[in-house]
Ligand binder design. Sequence first.
Ligand code: ADP
Ligand code: ADP
Ligand code: MG
Length: 458
Amino acid sequence: MFKKVLIANRGEIACRIAAVLRREGIASVAVYSEADAAAPHRAAADEAVLIGGAHVTQSYLKGEAIIKAALATGAEAVHPGYGLLSENAHFARRVAAAGLTWIGPKPEVIEQMGDKARARERVAAAGVPVVPGSDGPVSDADAPALAARLGYPVLVKAAAGGGGIGMVVVNKPERLGQALQSCRDRGQSSFGDATVYLEKLIEAPRHVEVQVLFDQHGHGVHLFERECTLQRRHQKVIEEAPSPFITAHPALRAGLTEAALKAARAVGYENAGTVEFIVDAEGHFYFIEMNTRLQVEHPVTEAITGVDLIAWQIKIAAGAPLTLAQAALEIQGHAIECRVYAEDPARKFIPRPGPVTVFNPPQIEGARVDAGVAAGGEMSPYYDPMMAKLIVHGEDRLQATARTKAALAGFEIKPIETNLSFLAQILEAPFFAAGDFDTGTLERLVKGATRPHSTRDR
Ligand code: ADP
Ligand code: ADP
Ligand code: MG
């Protein structure tokens, strides 16, 4: 096992990784920017190294500075968390070249799955259903005929896209050329890659994803699914495990989890990963992408399985065999995660950074709060406005819902604006209680409109 691990991230996930390392008896090294000198993740680790300026390009995205910090402190491995450099194959390679262990899948696998157009091809060849669309990237010349064959509306997607960025809905042929161009521009400016591909737009779908865990010796398991349908701008807001839709259609679970394992095996996957699917109203499911890292919403899976995913990520990277047996894993109760943001729901959800004088997580049975900020601290304008994640477990969905409502009501954050009221509004909505929603539901809730599919408005 490693003696010391460097955490190449910030915020709640860096704090959480530091806590796991401490519990496992492994020393931890944090890296921090000038803006994060007083941030909780710095104090959460045993040691901390200043790596540069506030802007992520001057600090948390500066691979060389991070590797230098790891070598200088004698760390043996690097945990990238999520976001930032976590899906950067080039960085993973440089970590390995420096003689350090990357806590994640092999760089080739990050690369293969990071190209979403190629990933589709790859898993389709292994027998996993994918959304009808292009075989790999699409050229401007081939796009019109393919889109006509798929039938409008279609979705133009940046092959390197992520974080909900780089997707354009096209409702009619006249708009296709313009959509291809704007998607290529977005791909180039945000991800340095203008490659795009086409998918049929699945109407009013759900987003259901499967957590997998594979060791370096070919043994892998799935840890059931997460429901991540409640999204705004393609970004998840509330996640649950298990999915109420899959629970209502139990035959789907076997197919979905088997498809996820197949996709992971097709690329020789190692470590923790998530296979994302969209599910249509009839229960057909289609692969959309694989995230080759820990997911923001991983705690709901931990809550229903009792498995610590970060602890396993570390053990697997150290070469340990995965001792979890599929047959021994079972769903225990229900868990709901709410992403608490420093943003103003009344003003188009604009980020509201600033000082935080009061930060009182609720004391509710079954609740866990993973926070990246503490009382007396601040939400910095330089980084993601997510302050904390509230994860609530209950014996069943009803109890988890009731506890989540109580926890949201008891969560005290001052003086900055947060989305706590919006989260509470969702939990109170009849669609939530019924488990009856699609990926456009939240946009409709925000607009107070009853349009059939918000996806048309994108
Ligand atoms: P998840 O499925 O785990 O929610 P996301 O794709 O939403 O994953 O991204 C996880 C985190 O990574 C986000 O919270 C965000 O901070 C960061 N992230 C991902 N992609 C981008 C991007 N293109 N630009 C900025 N941040 C991103
Ligand atoms: P990212 O890499 O940004 O996470 P994804 O490909 O995972 O992008 O898609 C993000 C979200 O966009 C999905 O959760 C879903 O809500 C929506 N989406 C993606 N592909 C489709 C599709 N073919 N039809 C309908 N909605 C889609
Ligand atoms: Mg995704």
